[in-house]
Ligand binder design. Structure first.
Ligand code: THU
Length: 142
């Protein structure tokens, strides 16, 4: 893997340390690389009302979009456990919105010293839902 991606995995592993997960005790960190070269971090933030919890990947995307970013080239995810944890379906769908070609790196708690898996987002979301692609007829009819 190239150095830029190693740094992205390291950033995701650092973000994981900020996880607020008193219920699952499963820490996840994400680091999202924008086309402008900036890195946005996210972590999972849980809530006593479980359904209000948010995953690390979506926390990173929402932070980046709130800062004015819309284009991303890669995201790294680092979770507790020896083997890399794949993103949940909800996060895959949100990532797809901002780039099917985005590189997705998954690492376990050993970060770059352990196994790192690499995919594109579209590989992980075959037959994706996209009825409301911006600019499509479906959008203007709404
Ligand atoms: N989690 C993530 O942060 N990302 C995922 O893609 C899967 C799950 C979090 C949510 C929850 O806080 C904990 O992991 C256990 O499900």
């Amino acid at each position: 893997m190239n150095d830029r991606y190693d740094d992205l995995v390291r950033a995701a592993c650092e973000a994981r340390l900020h996880s607020y997960c008193p219920y699952s005790r499963f820490r996840v960190g994400a680091a999202l690389l924008s086309s402008s070269g900036k890195v946005y971090r996210g972590t999972n933030v849980e809530n006593a009302s479980f359904g209000l919890s948010i995953c690390a990947e979506r926390a990173a995307v929402f932070q980046a979009v709130s800062a004015g970013e819309r284009e991303f080239t890669a995201i790294a995810v680092c979770a507790d456990g020896e083997t890399p944890t794949p993103p949940c379906g909800a996060c895959r769908q949100v990532l797809l919105e901002f780039g099917p070609d985005m590189v997705l790196l998954m690492a376990g708690s050993r970060g770059v010293d352990g196994q790192v898996k690499r995919f594109t987002v579209s590989e992980l979301v075959p037959e994706a839902f996209s009825a409301f692609t911006p600019g499509s007829d479906a959008e203007v009819q709404g």
